[in-house]
Design a protein around this ligand. Structure first.
Ligand SMILES: [Mn+2]
Length: 286
């Protein structure tokens, strides 16, 4: 089946939003399956209602009558993460050069630094909001600087201003890094929206590792971690960010579908549709 979001697939020229699927999970070290994330999210989207209660509109029907455009997926398989990251950067650059809004769908978290690399060239003052259970601040993991466990470290190399939310699992190296270099910009599952907003600049890119949310709500992730943020908490924060900042793109990574359950992909598809709508129509948010 051709990949599409919400039963539509606009041609590239006509779409305002473009989805870059990245079915890559080459550095995953625990539960696999993130390579199936993009397809599962798009198939799950077929069950999402087009009317968004928060925006009071059928976002995809009114604003994007032909839908979002799904780009040709980045090649996954057993490639080196840095090669995949380079392809992600090229894909997101193509979307940005055409003046469109990029959504990158993982795949594992290592791919996000490619999207950020393209974003930072277009928006040099961008800041990054990460939702994630894991700090992902290792400089190197299992011989690679581009492992999923280094995702946020690579992003912080590119972007000095970041906020990390939902973080409740880290190595001692990550804890040291936060103490020395990221003080006051990392929160667990208890946080105040205003504090997170204050840590960010006016222009924001969002990287969402689905495991930042509680596994009781979204169990289909590679490394579930108890005590995560709720969907409601996440939506409340994301709404505020979209209302008060300019959101220039986002990614959604680490969904690893569970056979026989559609809970996780529907969670991800709903989240993705909402964040796209909030990012492009913040004035419609109450
Ligand atoms: Mn992560």
């Amino acid at each position: 089946m051709e990949l599409q979001f919400l039963e539509r697939n606009a041609p590239f020229e006509k779409a305002r939003v473009c989805i870059l699927p990245v079915p890559y999970a080459g550095t995953v070290c625990f539960r696999g399956g993130a390579e199936n994330g993009p397809r599962a999210i798009m198939e799950g989207s077929l069950e999402v209602e087009e009317y968004d209660i928060d925006l009071g509109m059928e976002t995809i029907g009114e604003a994007f009558p032909q839908g979002f455009h799904v780009m040709k997926p980045v090649k996954g398989g057993k490639r080196k993460p840095e090669d995949v990251v380079a392809d992600v950067e090229a894909g997101v650059k193509k979307i940005l050069d055409a003046g469109k809004f990029p959504i990158t769908l993982g795949g594992e978290h290592s791919i996000s630094s490619g999207a950020v690399a393209a974003i930072v060239k277009k928006y040099p003052s961008v800041s990054v909001l990460q939702i994630d259970a894991h700090a992902d601040l290792r400089n190197e993991y299992q011989g690679s600087k581009y492992s999923h466990a280094c995702a946020m470290r690579r992003i912080r190399d590119l972007v000095p201003r970041c906020a990390q939310v939902g973080v409740r699992s880290m190595s001692i190296e990550c804890a040291d890094y936060i103490r020395k270099r990221a003080k006051g910009t990392v929160w667990g599952s208890e946080f105040r929206n205003e504090d997170v907003l204050a840590a960010l600049g006016d222009i924001v890119y969002i990287t969402i590792d689905i495991d930042g949310f509680d596994p009781s709500e979204v169990p289909g992730v590679g490394t579930p971690c108890p005590g995560g943020i709720s969907f409601r908490q996440g939506i409340s924060l994301l709404k505020e960010v979209c209302k008060k900042k300019k959101v220039v793109g986002f990614d959604l990574v680490e969904l690893a579908p569970i056979k026989g359950s559609v809970v996780s992909e529907l969670f991800a598809a709903n989240l993705m549709y909402k964040v796209a709508g909030y990012s492009l129509f913040p004035q419609k948010l109450k």
